[in-house]
Design a protein around this ligand. Sequence first.
Ligand code: SF4
Ligand code: SF4
Length: 244
Amino acid sequence: MAPAPSSRESVTAPVIRAYARYGRQAGTWLQGYAARGGRVYCGAGCSACCNMPIRVSLAEALVTAQAITADQRRGMADHAAAVIANARSAPSDEAYVHRHRTEVGFCPLLDRATGSCTAYDVRPTRCRDTFSAFPAVYCAVGTLEAMSPRQRREYHREVARTPGTDGEWHFIAPLEHLSEPVWTAAARAMQDAWSVQVWGDFWVLTTLADHEPFMRAIEAGRARQAWDAARRLDLAHPAVLEIG
Ligand code: SF4
Ligand code: SF4
């Protein structure tokens, strides 16, 4: 008889299956979009979005943490420390996002020389379902902020004319909606295995996924003890870590 899967495996396996399903469904959707004349600007080496904050489940973070190297883990931990410093000092949600993009900066898993993701196969859902119907310059920090009111009106008019957007922003909405089953699979797997769910910042959770005292507390369903383990690592802040 095959050995029973560990609680970590029983959480990561459904997420990996959901990623594969999403990849197939998104591929089919993209083929239809291209056949109708739609254009997607994302591609290898394009990475202006890799300085956006990313929210994940601990299930997704575990998938990443289990596959990256020790050097990459150190980069993730340094980034997590910068995320926490931003969470503690940002005066508003808007400032948090802006400072994340300009000061915390690009994801350490990004190869800045080539613009490619060094953890492509284990990147989280948000990195999989973000597609742009406009050139990358519109995804870069500062572009929308620098527009004059007239340019902004023109941008929104152009978005509204572009099929596949939500009519307000230039990202492709159906490809975001298609990833909802991944979030559901992650939530259900965590609840079934641990009786608690953990959500938060990608770099904070990937660092915690590698921290045994935190993971043992989660596996025992002890939310308070897990929070204390995160606090001892200086990674507990309600804006970037939710355990419940
Ligand atoms: S979302 Fe924008 S920056 Fe990111 S890969 Fe697509 S076009 Fe490039
Ligand atoms: S995991 Fe990869 S795709 Fe996602 S932000 Fe980091 S470098 Fe970019």
